[in-house]
Design a protein around this ligand. Sequence first.
Ligand SMILES: [Zn+2]
Length: 448
Amino acid sequence: MIASVFGGLRRRSWTALCVGILTSVAAQAASAANCPGHPDAIGTSRTIVVDPRAHPVIGTMQYGKTLPLADREVVLTFDDGPLPKYSNEILDILAAHCAKATFFLVGSQARANPEGVRKVRDAGHTVATHTQNHPGGMDRLPFDRSKEEIERGIASVTAALGDGSAPAPFLRIPGLRRTDEIEEFAASKGLQLWSADFPADDWRDVSANRVYELAMQRLERKGKGILLLHDIQPRTVTALPRILREMKARGYRIVHVVPATPDRPVTPTEPKQWQLHPAPEMVATSRWPKVPKFASAGPAALPVPALSDLDWHTSNLGARASRRGRSVPLPLVAPWSRQTMLPPAGTLAALPVPARSIFKTPEPAGMTLLASFASRAASTAQARSKEVSSAKLTGKSRRHGHTTAAQPPAPAGHAEQSPQSAGATAPKPAAQAKRNGRSVRVAGLKKR
Ligand SMILES: [Zn+2]
């Protein structure tokens, strides 16, 4: 019957199917073998050995690196214990699932309950540390205090272990309140700083069902990673069995992490396996680029420059004009309009006769011209008066002397007039200058 069903399959498909079936059976057998008496346990699929010095920080909630996990692999972590009432229940649940985890123990808790530390170790979990007193704002503590918290936490857990062994050189900062100094200090001590890939908010006042939902939803979004839980919360005790059952049902696997020792070589990995797996768009992260990518920002992304930044009306305009040629806009300004307060008409400054090229400037330049002195129309009118009555031209007017002959300024929005329309407003100066063969320069602008 089976042969007839699969008889039509091509040899390659048949082989692949067999391999798939065997793999699945083997995985279930391994899970069952890992957890005698608990056929439905998720078990622990594998153990990875890491070198903290090679990877001093991990966890995509804060870093661009995390553990080298395959898809659907999960690392369980529990913080803040040991607290007998709940920690023991967490240990029992994990034992019933043959799931191995990492416990970040608080030094003061370890001193109060050293037996709890030994229970974690004897159950085969990884014992790590979480400072001595779990300060709430470690990023605001004096650095010496932070160092002391870390070192005393390790000392307390070491004392609680009672066999001369030390906890794993894995450290989680309370509240993940890391600082550069703390990271550097941890690295100098050979400690691996563990952030996490996703929490389940079990320290908050939420229901156990909510803890379950957050754990599974965030895991689904990430696809794998370090789950941050707490073994001192009743809601975690309630949620954990359901989380483990659901993980197994959805095909997730538990991975246990231990530090390398002289007798325990590092699990071979590729550097890229430690790199941040691209987070889906819907996953919120706290990562920001350290260096803004100015190169990718186009002119439209630039802030509006202050008029004082431009300063083109006082210097270098002639040089820029000759350097860039008439067809190149002068100067570069942001391509959006702005509201600018113009001085009263009676106080408007007059410009000397502008060159024709001035009228070819794009709207922003014209706009700035308006913003700086007066409307182009006013300038043109002034220029016309100079051209027509050259005898009246005085040195004072060449130096932007005041005038009372200015026309009412045009609104700033009118700065988008084309050179042609500007010329239509006052065609005479340019035409007359052309007829006279004069090259009307902007040297007067340079004098100020
Ligand atoms: Zn904590």
